[in-house]
Write a protein that binds this ligand. Sequence first.
Ligand SMILES: *[C@@H]1O[C@H](CO)[C@@H](O)[C@H](O)[C@H]1NC(C)=O
Ligand SMILES: *[C@@H]1O[C@H](CO)[C@@H](O)[C@H](O)[C@H]1NC(C)=O
Ligand SMILES: *[C@@H]1O[C@H](CO)[C@@H](O)[C@H](O)[C@H]1NC(C)=O
Length: 255
Amino acid sequence: MKGILPLFLFGYLSTVSGTILWDGRFNNYTTATDFDQWSWSNQVGTYQTYIYGNQHGETASSWLTLGSQYKNPATTGEKQGVKVKINATSTWNGGPMLRTELLPQTTNSLTGHLYFHVSLQIPTVNPPDPAYEHQIVFWEGHYADIKYGQLSGQNGVADTLQVITGGESIWSVQPVRGTWYNFILEVGSPGGLWVSTGSNALQKVYTGSLNGNGGTDWHVGALRLPINGNAQQINETDLYYSGVYVEDSGPTTQP
Ligand SMILES: *[C@@H]1O[C@H](CO)[C@@H](O)[C@H](O)[C@H]1NC(C)=O
Ligand SMILES: *[C@@H]1O[C@H](CO)[C@@H](O)[C@H](O)[C@H]1NC(C)=O
Ligand SMILES: *[C@@H]1O[C@H](CO)[C@@H](O)[C@H](O)[C@H]1NC(C)=O
């Protein structure tokens, strides 16, 4: 019996983490200026960085800051996280939305039954204005979105962090500023949502399709919608992200 138990535990542990298909944990980045190396003709690093306010000669690193203070301290597989900033000049290609977003740079299609990991924090300093809809993690097809704030065209859910798929909110909280929220978006079949805070193990809070099977057009960052199409007053607004990666099985439930 004494000999069998450790073998059993080893076998169990070895099945709970999968192969990492894409690792966006910023370990290959020294400072945010490394993000500026990426372009459509020089697709280096682990992130595509083309969505940010670019009307006044800004670069990706005008909006992104790396640092250990921007990661979930419970995560061990990374040295730093990223602070994503928007302000009134965050208009990308002249559009009305305020945007700073990161997307995976990878030759892997990132499709199938996969686990997309991301931890994020609504910070105590420069938090997003709850009066506005912020799309803060989403696929371009918007089949599953993490959002914060008053949804465009709706009332009464302003200070809310939620996950929406198929037009339905499948998880929501009034977020505590300065707290890390850990998510796994399980795409493909069966699909689902895993959530925890801080250093707690992620637990499956929703089982069901997220209406998509992944893909590389996955946006991590701040997109603030205008209200009634008007230019809006805004001070610096920040979101922090860490623990961003995609694995093919498991999932790993430690943040
Ligand atoms: C990250 O750095 C490691 C070590 O230098 C290297 O093997 C790996 O290819 C790099 N990955 C990317 C995506 O640049
Ligand atoms: C907005 O942020 C950009 C990029 O960091 C900066 O150049 C600009 O001065 C900021 N605008 C204001 C009003 O602070
Ligand atoms: C911007 O910050 C200033 C100084 O804290 C504050 O007076 C003002 O109301 C803020 N504006 C918005 C749109 O939040």
